[in-house]
Design a protein around this ligand. Structure first.
Ligand code: MF3
Ligand code: CO
Length: 250
């Protein structure tokens, strides 16, 4: 599949998908508290998404069994909600969610601190969010995709963090995953040139320690190899001739 340029009609639908997803994330963030299970979070997320008349895009995607990916502490992404996994004060919890509104996708992730967390964890969450904003400073028609990727990596590495290279962001639209891949690390190739009307999911996944990750036996959950904490921050954005529009952030 090649990279598509969205029409005004498609952009309007993706704006609405993004607006709804931002509301879902806000509500989930406000609901999080110690004692909840990761399955409680998934159930609430699915209910919120369906309440907006949307479809949770992750549910049954390649067999993924839930609507919200809930990844705790050293889990990087794609954690599977579980009724036995209780979240505790001091945990950091990454929530990744996707919605389909009238055939169009939005995809976004946030990492939350549960109660008081260590200063190290707090910094990781903040810097991972900042990585996204550093990256999208270059998300502009005429620039190269690699400009976004390089900026994310450079910013994370200033803090000594490990940038996860085994997973990448992606184009998004009438499918959750479209071309191009959007790495969080520089490549030797500059990648495609960005053009107005492209829609991308930019999603830094950053480890306090080494960049290496491992897959668990459930074939989904990705963890840091060294057991260090990991954070994730993602939004669906629209490339324009000026500043990018962040569709999944209100
Ligand atoms: N949000 C993930 C991504 O950006 C997709 C989750 S995979 C799923 O690629 F199976 F959980 F849906
Ligand atoms: Co994504």
């Amino acid at each position: 599949m090649s990279v598509t340029i969205k029409s005004e009609r498609e952009i309007a639908l993706m704006r609405e998908a993004g607006r709804i997803l931002s509301e879902v994330h806000t509500a989930l963030g406000e609901a999080l508290e110690p004692g909840m299970t990761t399955l409680d979070i998934d159930r609430l997320g699915e209910k919120l998404i369906r309440g907006y008349g949307c479809i949770p895009s992750f549910k049954n995607y390649n067999g993924y069994p839930a609507s919200i990916c809930v990844s705790v502490n050293d889990e990087v992404v794609h954690g599977i909600p579980n009724k036995h996994h209780v979240i505790r004060e001091g945990d950091i919890v990454s929530l990744d969610a996707g919605v389909i509104y009238q055939g169009y996708h939005s995809d976004a992730a946030r990492t939350h601190a549960i109660g008081r967390v260590s200063p190290e964890a707090e910094q990781l969450i903040r810097v991972t969010r900042e990585c996204f904003f550093e990256g999208i400073r270059y998300a502009k028609a005429g620039n190269y995709l690699n400009d976004i990727s390089s900026a994310i990596q450079a910013y994370a590495e200033k803090f000594g963090y490990g940038v996860v290279c085994d997973l990448v962001g992606h184009g998004i639209g009438s499918h959750m995953h479209e071309d191009p891949e959007v790495p969080n690390f520089a490549r030797r190739r500059k990648g495609i040139r960005l053009a107005a009307g492209m829609t991308l999911a930019v999603e830094p996944m950053i480890n306090i320690g080494r960049p290496d990750v491992v897959w668990m036996d459930d074939d989904w959950t990705v963890k840091t190899d060294d057991g260090s904490l990991s954070a994730h921050y993602e939004n669906t954005i629209l490339i324009t001739d000026g500043e990018p529009e962040i569709l999944s952030l209100r």
